[in-house]
Each structure stands twice: as C-alpha cells, then as structure tokens.
Design a protein around this ligand. Structure first.
Ligand code: UDX
Length: 461
C-alpha cells in the first residue's frame, strides 16, 4: 500500500489545473499533463490560463515548493505517479446532444500504454453512465500491467469562481470504486479532507458517475422551476422575486439556486442535462428524465423573453436601437463564455438590427474571439453612454454597485432591463429609470424587494 501516493492530473483545463494545484498545496507530489504545449508552458511558468480568484497565488507557491510540475509527456506521468486523475473535457458532441468522449478515451489510452505496474486511474470528468466500466476493459487491454491497473470514479463538484474552496473543502467526497484497494488509494489522496470530516460516500462506479449528472440536473431543474414560475408571474402580474423570497424561507426548499432571471449557462449545466437525457434514452429510461428537456426549454425561453422585453422598450423595433449589454461571462467572477446566456442575448439583439455594445470586466478577450461581429466597449461608462436600453446580463459587482443616479447622467433614455434580478428596482425607479425584469410587474403595486437586504438563505447561489 502506497503511503503518500504520487499523482498525475491529466487535462489541465479548469478542473485539472485546479485539482493539480490544490493537491500539491495539500503536500502531494503532482505532475500535470496536457497535450497543449502552450497550456503546459503557461502553468509551468506560474501563469493560470483562465480567470479564477486565488489560483495564480496557489500555483506559484506550489511550483516554488517543488511538488508541482507540468509536462506533455504521458510516459513521464506513468513513471512518476501511482494515481492518475483524468480531468479532460467532455463537451457536447457537434452533431448530437451526447457527450463527446474522444478526449477522455485518448487521454486514458495514451496513459495506459505506459502503465507497467499497479496503478489507479481516477475519472473526475462528467461522463455518460457506464464509462468507467468501458474504460476498465480498454485500459486492461492496453496496459502492460493488465488487470493491475484499476479504474475509480471521483466526481468533482467545483463551481467556477469558488474552485479552490470547493476543492479543498467540498460538501462531500464521492468514491466510486470496485475494490478495497482502490478505496484505500483514494482515501490516501484525500487524507486531510477526510480528517477534516468532509462527508464521504463510497459507491460502485455507476452510482459515482450518476451522482454528478444527478446533482447538476437537480440544480438546473431548481433554476428552471423558479424561471417557469416567472412565466406564470408575467401572466398574472405577480412578482417572481417576492415569490422566490417567500419560498426560500421554507427550509425544505431553501433559497440557493432559486434565483430567477436569464437562467443557467456555462460549460456544465446545459450540456450535462442534454447528455444525461440522451444517455437515459440509450439505457431505455428516457421517460424517467424526459422533464430535463422541459428544464432546457424553459431555460432557453428566458433568453428570448429578455430580447422581447428589450424590444418592447424601444416600441417594438430593435432596428437601429443602441443597446448596452452589461456582461458576457456565463456568471460573475468568471471569464468563461461557454453557453453564456449574456452573449446569446447580445447576438439575438444584433440579429434584429440593434447596435449592440458589450462590456464585461473579465471575459472580453474570450468574447471578442468567439463573437467578433459584436461591438465591445473598454469600460462600463463607454458601454452605456447614450444607450437606448441598458441590459444587465451578468451580475458582476461592478454593475450591481453602480449608482442609478450617476449612471442616469450617462443614459438619458433611462431604460434598464435587469436580466439577473440583481439591481435595486426601487432605487432605479426613484432615479427616474424605467426598470424591467423577467417575471416582475412593470408597475408594482408595492415597492418591497430590496436587492441588498440580507436574505435568510443566500438567493445569490
Ligand atoms: C456548476 C455546478 O454548480 C458545479 O457543482 C458543477 O461541478 C459544475 O457546474 P458552474 O458551472 O461553475 O458550476 O456554475 P454555477 O455557479 O452552478 O452556475 C450555473 C449557472 O446557473 C450560471 O449561469 C448562473 O448564473 C445560473 N444560476 C445559478 C441561476 O440562474 N440562478 C441561480 O439561482 C443560480
């Protein structure tokens, strides 16, 4: 039994880089592996190639300690580690809702070819159920050590923007294993977390794979649930902000992930629910999760509804209207624009002939690269100046902290759409703004909800 396992982390994207850096911080010897030479070079020189608060500092400390290094060489990884974490991406396939498994399969095959002694391969990526079983067969065929190489699944639940805290102090650990030996190895990888009494659930491989998609599906469903209520609110004059607030006091429901608005995006939730529904159909249990298609449609409808509200505000015709889009990232404190509702809305507004200017505090480079046809401003002031409508799409502090009175001096039209229920509606209305939000009445009977009033359970995720 290995006392202090040496680790490799294969795939140094968001998940892998964070995992490698955090494991080295916990005192393990870690080698990060990626096929992308630029990524490896950046990380090895102390630069994190994406935005994540606190991670660059931890990376530099880990590099200085000599416990962390990066390579493109799989033979090196096989030789210098006993436990290999697979952290490569499983994006949505180009031509179907299924997960594209080519990166996982390639990473595992390349590694296995060099495994000539007992080793544990630990999957962390979100994958279709049954993947660990399939990979076990693949690995044991390829690896010189044969059945002495085992597979385990250890799903990761980290949120962007909170990656370090979610990795070092997760809500729970899940070990999907098929032997005591594998369980023992994993326990040794997380000694400090287990000593700190992070709850541990040990499962079979399929359950561990399922935990991840089930958790993300639940979270997506919760968001779409409140957004479905927003649709009902719009038909009745009710206010979804107040509704969410009232629901959140019920401890069985809870306020987290109950924040209405433009809905979910990012590299996980949208593609995970689609891939899960697809995989469930393959397994003959499509009906059991058919509701996930509805969850997806509700979410997509929010983007169209946001465009409808903006169009309303310019008398039904977006052609030539100047629209300031605040936000591009799929959520604040991230530069990730994968399936970002913000950019989707900006693109739709532009398609209807609006002149759209986008500003985001961190995601500008990514947005420019992905949507070169949109116009971009260098700062908030430049973005909103003389806009016909300002649309808040990502609730960065810089936007929610803005003073409506001062902002109003730059925007004579004083029309704002709060796509994230993140602004103080009363403050905007008092400053003479026409304030609109999804699922909230245009002319409220009572002025009640204050964005900065503390909530019982954070409605802010
Ligand atoms: C998510 C899961 O939270 C994480 O456990 C999993 O491992 C990866 O996917 P992440 O993609 O970083 O993490 O984003 P998250 O913070 O969960 O937000 C997802 C999306 O939902 C964002 O677009 C956010 O704006 C939206 N959201 C969140 C809401 O619209 N309402 C809410 O109440 C909460």
């Amino acid at each position: 039994i290995i006392e202090q396992p040496r680790m490799s982390v294969i795939g140094t994207g968001y998940l892998g880089a964070t995992h490698a850096i955090c494991m080295a911080t916990l005192g393990y010897d870690v080698v990060g592996v990626d096929v992308d030479e630029n990524k490896v070079a950046a990380l090895q020189s102390g630069r994190v190639p994406f935005f994540e608060p606190g991670l660059p500092e931890l990376l530099r400390t880990a590099l200085d300690s000599g416990r962390l290094r990066f390579t493109t060489d799989f033979a090196d990884a096989a030789a210098s580690a006993d436990v290999h974490f697979i952290c490569v991406g499983t994006p949505q396939a180009k031509d179907s809702p299924a997960a594209d498994m080519q990166y996982v399969d390639a990473a595992v095959s390349r590694l296995a070819a060099h495994l000539d002694r007992p080793a544990l391969i630990v999957g962390k990526s979100t994958v279709p159920i049954g993947t660990a079983d399939r990979l076990t067969t693949l690995v044991q065929e390829i690896a010189p050590a044969g059945t002495a190489v085992q597979l385990a699944w250890n799903p990761e639940f980290l949120r962007e923007g909170y990656a370090i805290q979610d990795t070092l102090r997760p809500d729970r650990l899940v070990f999907g294993v098929s032997s005591d030996w594998a369980r023992e190895q994993l326990s040794r990888c997380y000694t400090a977390l287990l000593a700190a009494e992070v709850p541990l659930v040990v499962t079979d491989l399929a359950t561990a794979e399922l935990v991840k998609v089930a958790a993300n599906s639940f979270l997506a469903t919760k968001i779409s649930y409140i957004n479905a209520m927003a649709e009902v609110c719009e038909a009745t004059g009710a206010d979804v902000s107040l509704l969410a607030r009232a629901l959140s006091y019920d401890s069985r429901i809870g306020g987290r992930f109950l924040k209405p608005g433009l809905g979910f995006g990012g590299g996980c939730l949208p593609k995970d629910i689609r891939a899960f529904a697809y995989r469930a159909e393959e397994l003959g249990v499509g009906q059991a999760v058919a509701f996930l298609r509805e969850v997806d449609s509700i979410n997509v409808r929010r983007r169209h509804r946001t465009v409808d509200i903006v169009r309303d505000l310019v008398s039904g015709n977006l052609a030539g209207a100047r629209i300031a889009c605040l936000g591009a990232a799929f959520k604040p404190n991230s530069d990730d624009i994968r399936d970002a509702p913000a950019l989707d809305v900006a693109r739709m507004l532009q398609q209807e002939g609006a002149s759209v200017t986008v500003f985001d505090p961190e995601a500008m480079d990514n947005a420019r690269r992905a949507y070169p046809q949109l116009s971009y401003a260098d700062n908030l002031v430049e973005a909103v100046l003389d806009a016909d409508v300002v649309v808040l799409l990502t609730e960065w502090d810089e936007f929610t902290d803005a003073n409506p009175e001062i902002l109003g001096r730059l925007v004579s039209s004083r029309r704002i759409v709060d796509g994230r229920h993140a602004l103080n509606a009363d403050a905007y209305r008092s400053a003479g703004w026409e304030y609109r939000a999804l699922g909230r009445p245009e002319h409220p009977a009572t002025a009640v909800f204050l964005a900065d009033e503390p909530l019982p359970v954070a409605l802010s995720a």
